[in-house]
Design a protein around this ligand. Structure first.
Ligand SMILES: Nc1ncnc2c1ncn2[C@@H]1O[C@H](COP(=O)(O)OP(=O)(O)OP(=O)(O)O)[C@@H](O)[C@H]1O
Length: 266
């Protein structure tokens, strides 16, 4: 399939390296010494009860928050201090807890907007170098059609997003992130508010992105069940602190996790 990327060679370096990150807001420790790595084909999950610091970690990774301490390296380059659009251009794409799309635009137009970081020709150059700009647009349209196929959005492609069922809107948001041709995908509560069927569909697409497209994923959720089914490794947070890090099987049996997470707000 045209979307397929080359498999990583064995022993390829980690795509993400988070080292002892600390972030406070007026004395509230949102992230209190968190460290983890994400491998080149890994599906890594961050879980924890409400207020544990999951969204804060995503906001650090995507350049919205700057931590007071620690380091973050993405594909060997330092991330901290970079603006969100720079980080997106480096290949780190994210989805949001709530659907963040242009609701009056069609599915195809929303996906096209996800590709803007790949356009080299603006309005005036497009007039001057019509041929190249045209080729670029045709190429973009072909990539978008691949994504439409991959996420099974054919039936909705010309519909305004506001008319779509919620689960399909979340899939379009995923498609917009894929349109950026990311090297790492951050998914913020991808099944929040979904019914069972929509959740199962989304779980299948998330696995396919990792397995067929070879894109590593960091997924944040408070739904223990989903994460335990999907993730290669899980980081459990509570009050900003790292409670456990390991395979789902190991984390699930960790007494600290049972006490801090399952016994608490879960
Ligand atoms: N911009 C901010 N200003 C002040 N406090 C913040 C800010 N962002 C996060 N916090 C605080 O940091 C802590 C962690 O919040 P965060 O949103 O990261 O948790 P979460 O695990 O994503 O929670 P949820 O599951 O409810 O989304 C909370 O105590 C929160 O109130």
């Amino acid at each position: 399939m045209a979307l397929m990327t080359a498999p990583e060679p064995p022993g390829a370096p980690d795509v993400l390296d988070v080292r002892d990150v600390r972030l406070s807001f007026a004395g509230v420790k949102a992230i209190d010494g968190v460290s983890f790595t994400v491998g080149p084909t890994e599906l890594f999950a961050v879980i924890g009860p409400n207020g544990a610091g999951k969204t804060s970690i995503f906001n650090v990774l995507s350049g919205v928050y700057r931590p007071q301490q620690g380091g973050v390296t993405f594909l060997g380059a330092d991330l901290l201090g970079r603006r969100p659009h720079e980080i997106a251009a480096m290949g780190l794409a994210r989805t949001f807890q709530n659907v963040e799309l242009f609701h009056n635009l069609t599915v195809l137009d929303n996906l096209m907007l996800g590709r803007h970081c790949h356009f080299r020709y603006g309005a005036l150059p497009a007039v001057l170098w019509y041929g190249k700009a045209r080729r670029e647009e045709l190429e973009a349209r072909a990539r978008i059609e691949d994504i439409v196929d991959f996420l099974e959005l054919e039936a909705w492609r010309r519909h305004p997003v506001r008319l779509l069922p919620y689960g399909v809107q979340k899939r379009v948001e995923l498609g917009r992130a894929l349109a950026m041709e990311p090297k790492l995908l951050l998914l913020d509560e991808p099944v929040a508010g979904m019914n069972l069927e929509e959740t199962e569909d989304m779980a299948r697409f998330v696995l396919d992105i990792r397995d067929e497209l070879g894109i590593p994923i960091v997924l944040v959720d408070h739904d223990m069940g989903l994460v335990m089914d999907l993730a290669d490794r899980v980081l459990v947070l509570d009050f900003g602190r790292q409670v456990a890090l390991g395979t789902p099987a190991r984390v699930q049996q960790d007494p600290k996790v049972i006490e801090a997470y399952l016994g608490g707000a879960a």
